[in-house]
Design a protein around this ligand. Structure first.
Ligand SMILES: C[S@@+](CC[C@H](N)C(=O)[O-])C[C@H]1O[C@@H](n2cnc3c(N)ncnc32)[C@H](O)[C@@H]1O
Length: 209
């Protein structure tokens, strides 16, 4: 695990209420709509990489999904995320503290039907990190499984949480995903931060060939 990255994110989650974080969404509507369109059964697995303290997990539990994995490099984020749920709901989720660019840390993960990433991937700015992410995604997504990728758009912010990000158009996301993944749909969606700033994202849905 990259200790500097872990410390950075632990610090980010220690200094603010989760609802004040720049990436906070009361209802992660775009993600929920794309997940619904994947048409998986409620017992199939969904992995949220870089899940932080997202409300996506509680929304998916409310919709009846029972096979959920929440992965993050920050143990503090995972602890806070658990505390947002009822105890029995938190017990239904597999919580994984891991760095998504470290293969060994991801070994225990089974193959999943949906790999969901909102606002983690764009922090991977080096080719080594991007390659490691691609290898893991390729290994951990089932054949005909789904990838939902949401990154800052080319006209989006160039930094988040004080870190540089790499922004993507839908074409650039498609190029990164490569021929192993087919693009199903893509859209430009603008989120608002809790302080009212606009955050243009590109959300894309891919299927593993
Ligand atoms: C901007 S937040 C987005 C959180 C959540 N997906 C959301 O939309 O609310 C990025 C998250 O990615 C996590 N993260 C950053 N780098 C990571 C890495 N290499 N491996 C796993 N998680 C990472 C951070 O701890 C943080 O929770």
């Amino acid at each position: 695990m990259h200790l500097e990255t872990k410390e950075h994110w632990n610090h980010a989650y220690s200094k603010s209420d989760t609802t004040k974080l720049g990436w906070y969404e009361a209802i992660p509507q775009a993600s929920l709509e794309l997940i619904a369109r994947c048409q998986i059964s409620q017992t199939e697995s969904i992995l949220d990489v870089g899940s932080g303290t997202t409300n996506l997990i509680s929304e998916l539990i409310a919709l009846g999904y029972t096979n959920l994995f929440a992965l993050d490099i920050s143990p503090l984020a995972l602890m806070k995320a658990k505390s947002l749920l009822h105890k029995d709901q938190a017990g239904m989720v597999k919580w994984i503290e891991a760095d998504v660019t470290q293969t060994a840390e991801m070994d225990m993960l089974p193959e999943v039907s949906i790999w969901h990433d909102r606002a983690l991937f764009h922090f991977l700015t080096t080719d080594d990190q991007r390659n490691a992410y691609h290898i893991l995604m390729q290994k951990k997504v089932k054949r005909e499984g789904h990838v939902i990728l949401a990154t800052f758009a080319p006209d989006g912010a160039s930094k988040c949480s004080g870190l540089d990000v790499r922004r993507y158009s839908s074409e650039q996301q498609k190029k990164f995903m490569g021929h192993e993944f087919e693009l199903v749909e893509t859209s430009n969606i603008t989120s608002h931060t809790p302080s009212g700033a606009l955050r243009p994202y590109v959300y894309s849905h891919f299927i593993k060939m």
